[in-house]
Write a protein that binds this ligand. Structure first.
Ligand code: ADP
Ligand code: GLC
Length: 482
């Protein structure tokens, strides 16, 4: 089975969040199941630099944004198809935002071109390769579903659209339709119009043959007004085509037994090495965490989604319990400065690194005792999965994938010996503070804590089950298209 996976991010070439991890890990997870994936991504400078010398080149005419090339080859173990269009993508830094922190004004052309090319590869094949199915990720790939349905010359392969985050919808003024060559006839609420604007994700939701999202709970939540962000009706109308498939993590790249980024290696059978990482992390962030109190960490985009304003609110209570906090994150300038101020106010107890640091993100997971993820919504979330794998117990909001991956240490779960972390709901300061209190209490009970750590580290967080689920959806789609 041949699959074209279309996305704006893919590790190790471009990453701003979990989308990149998932797109980069799926090809390797699906290969043993007989699914050959090629990933179509934009030719950002970092992607172009990673292309092999023997890459094949095809000229492309008539794409939105002008002339371009398709370059295909194998890089970092992934078969990539790269849209090389210097005019659209030869820009370093964040893939969506310019240096002024605003969306690039031509994002409709940039990702429109990616979608157009995806449809072209799918319908006509390029370089002797044509997929049996197209897997589209998030709004940046959404319009491809529409073009697959419009091309009437030949039957197009079926499409699956995966929603990683409904908060990003790819909305553009109606006028953008002209430069993209979209038919006026599709601009209505049952087509790609979203309240007077052109919606890339909306197009994907309407025209893709199947839809999935990254956890069963988020799949249900998406059909409610609270979580659907205006698209709940459309999603509800397609509930028969919707699946929730949990993300996994790359258990090779994230393995405390062999991780090159951490100070000392350890395993569930022999977790003692974790202590050396706590010391290394403390040194790195100039922390002096109390022995008796847990060291909590956060590795996150700093946005409203992630609920970290609530953590700031409960910080005094947390510190009063003898706990410490290490945070690595970037995003909203107000949150960045609030966390910087917290570090200044509590030297040795709160350590903050503002920025993006892949290597430090591994040491945070290895060195902290617990990881806090108080998200207002969380389609899946990966950092709590890294936390489980590294024996860093997750304290999470009971929402989306967080609800599906962490087993709360309530009395029944403790009695049954299945707890792996702490959940709270609703997402507000007081319930978060209670969950953090419970974590502090559990930490004080060494036997309880070390039992939970071992159990968390054995919790399956790899891709096996989910790769099977994707392969199942792919097969159903291909069979029903035949
Ligand atoms: P989201 O995609 O919503 O940001 P996820 O939990 O799915 O949330 O994925 C976030 C990914 O980004 C994880 O791989 C996490 O380790 C990584 N990450 C987030 N912030 C940083 C940072 N400041 N430095 C390094 N990695 C980060
Ligand atoms: C999104 C979501 C996150 C999810 C990631 C990968 O960015 O916010 O919850 O884990 O995509 O699917």
């Amino acid at each position: 089975m041949k699959v074209l996976s279309v996305a704006s991010e893919c590790v190790p070439f471009m990453k701003t969040g979990g989308l990149a991890d998932v797109v980069g890990a799926l090809p390797g997870a699906l290969a043993p199941l007989g699914v050959g994936v090629r990933v179509l991504v934009p030719g950002y400078p970092s992607m172009m630099a990673a292309l092999p010398e023997d890459a094949e080149v095809h000229a492309l005419a008539r794409l939105p944004g002008g002339k371009a090339r398709l370059v295909t080859g194998r890089a970092a173990g992934i078969d990539v198809m790269v849209l090389d269009s210097p005019r659209l993508f030869d820009r370093s830094g964040n893939p969506y935002l310019g240096p002024d922190g605003r969306d690039w004004p031509d994002n409709h052309l940039r990702f429109g071109a990616l979608c157009r090319l995806a449809a072209r590869i799918a319908v006509d094949g390029l370089g002797g390769w044509q997929p049996d199915l197209v897997h589209l990720h998030d709004w940046q790939a959404g319009l491809a579903a529409l073009w697959l349905k419009l091309g009437r010359r030949r039957p197009a392969p079926p499409s699956l659209l995966t929603i990683h985050n409904i908060a990003f919808q790819g909305l553009f003024p109606r006028g953008a339709m002209t430069s993209l060559g979209l038919p006026e006839a599709g601009f209505h609420p049952d087509g790609f119009e979203f309240f007077g604007q052109l919606g890339f994700l909306k197009a994907g939701l309407v025209y893709a043959d199947r839809i999935s999202t990254v956890s069963p709970t988020y799949a249900r939540e998406l059909m409610s007004p609270e979580f659907g962000m205006g698209l709940h009706g459309v999603i509800d109308s397609r509930r028969g085509a919707l699946s929730g498939i949990l993300n996994g993590i790359d258990v090779e790249a994230w393995n405390p037994e062999s991780d090159p980024h951490i100070a000392s290696r350890y395993s569930a059978a022999n977790p003692a090495g974790k202590a050396g990482n706590r010391v290394a992390l403390a040194r790195r962030l100039a922390l002096h965490p109390a022995r008796e109190g847990p060291l909590f960490c956060v590795v996150s985009r700093l946005t409203r989604q992630k609920g970290l304003d609530l953590l700031l609110e409960v910080l005094p209570r947390l510190l009063a319990r003898g706990a410490s906090l290490a945070l690595l994150g970037s995003g909203d300038p107000d949150l960045e400065s609030a966390f910087r101020a917290a570090a200044d106010d509590h030297p040795g107890r709160v350590g903050v690194v503002i920025g993006w640091d892949e290597s430090l993100s591994h040491l945070m997971q290895a060195g902290a005792d617990a990881i806090v993820v108080p998200s207002r919504f969380e389609p899946c979330g990966l950092t709590q999965l890294f936390g489980l794998r590294y024996g860093t117990l997750p304290v999470v909001a009971r929402t989306g994938g967080l609800a599906d991956t962490v087993i709360d240490a309530n009395e029944a779960a403790l009695r049954a010996g299945v707890a792996t972390g702490f959940q709270f709901s609703p997402v507000a300061a007081a319930p978060l503070a209670d969950a953090l209190d419970r974590a502090c209490d559990a930490f004080a009970d060494e036997t309880l804590w070390s039992g939970m750590v071992r159990r968390a580290m054995r919790h399956p967080v790899g891709w096996e089950a989910s790769a099977e689920a994707y392969a199942g959806v792919y097969s159903e789609l291909i069979e029903s298209a035949a």
